[in-house]
Write a protein that binds this ligand. Sequence first.
Ligand code: FES
Length: 336
Amino acid sequence: MVLSDSADVKTFCFQTEQPSWFRYQAGQFITLQVEIEGVTHTRCYTLSSSPSRPVCLTITVKAEPGGKVSNWLHQHLKVGDHVQARGPSGIFSVQHSPAPKYLFLAGGVGITPLMSMTRWLFDQGRHTDVCFVQCARTPSDLLFRSELEAISARVSEFRVALVCERPNPFGAWTGYSGRLNQLMLELIAPDYFEREIFCCGPEPYMKAVRGVLQAAGFDMARYHEESFQVPVHVDAETRQHADEKVDATQTSVLRFAASGREATCSGTQTVLDVAREAGLSIPSACLFGVCGTCKVKKISGEVHMLQNGGITDEDVADGWLLACCSRPLGDVVLDC
Ligand code: FES
C-alpha cells in the first residue's frame, strides 16, 4: 500500500511475501536497498509503524530535491514491487529509554520515529505522559495531524502542540507561529525539565533545539536525537577523542579472511575504502558511523574508530567495527 500524507510525503507499507510478523523497537530504522538504473543504492529510513501492529512495516518518505532514492520511491515504487532491507537497527526508542514523562520534538518528516513511538505507547494502553510538538513549514506540511489529535482526544496524558513557520497562502493559522524557541517551549511544556526528550528532524532544527536546551541547563544525558545527515556540532559540542592516533604515513595490510583478499593501505583510509579497492562489497549507507549497516567482525589487529552511535559498546567488545569510520592501526584481519 502507498499512502499520500502531504504534497511531497508518502508512506510505503511493506509486508513479507509469506505472511509473517516484523519484530523491532518503536523508533528503529531499516536500511533499504534499491536498484536504480543498474546501480544499487542504500538508504536508512526510520519506521513510522509500530511493532504493536506487526504484520506491516511502514516508512514515511519526503521527496527531496535531488534525492535520488526518495524521488525514485515516490515515482516508481508501486504496490506489488519487492525491495530488500536490512535491520532493524538503532537505539532511538522509548523502549530503550523508559521514563515516566516524555517530550517529543518533531521537525518535518523527522516525525517518523516519534510517530512509531506514539503509536506503540498508545497501543500499550498505559496512558504515558507525552507532550508531542510537531514543527512544520506550513499547516499543509503537518503530518499525521488527525491521528495525533484523535489520540490526544482520547488520552488526557497525551498533548499535541503544532508549530508552523508561516500560514498557508490565503489561509488562517491559529496554532503556534514561527520557529520553536525557548519561550515557546516553556509555554507548551513548562515541565520539560522533568521529561525525557526525543528529537528528530533536519540538522538545523536539532541544532536549534540543542542550543535552547543547553542554554537552559537541561541535563543532555536525557536528550536523544536521530539523524541520518552528517552530524554538525558547535565547537563546545564537538567530542574530544583522547585516542586519536591516525598516522598518515603508516602502511598496514588489511586481510579479508572469508573472501581470501588482502590489500595494503595507508593510515588515512577507512576499512570500507580498502575493501572497495580490493573488490569486496561491504553494505553501507550513511558513511559516517550512525546507521550500523557496515558492521563487520574483526579477527585480529587494532583499528581507530570514530563512530556516531551506530554500534553498541557490547558489539565493540565482541570485536565488531564499523567499516566506514574505522582506520587500521597496523595489520588487521577481518571476517568478511
Ligand atoms: S555506513 Fe552507516 S555506519 Fe557505516
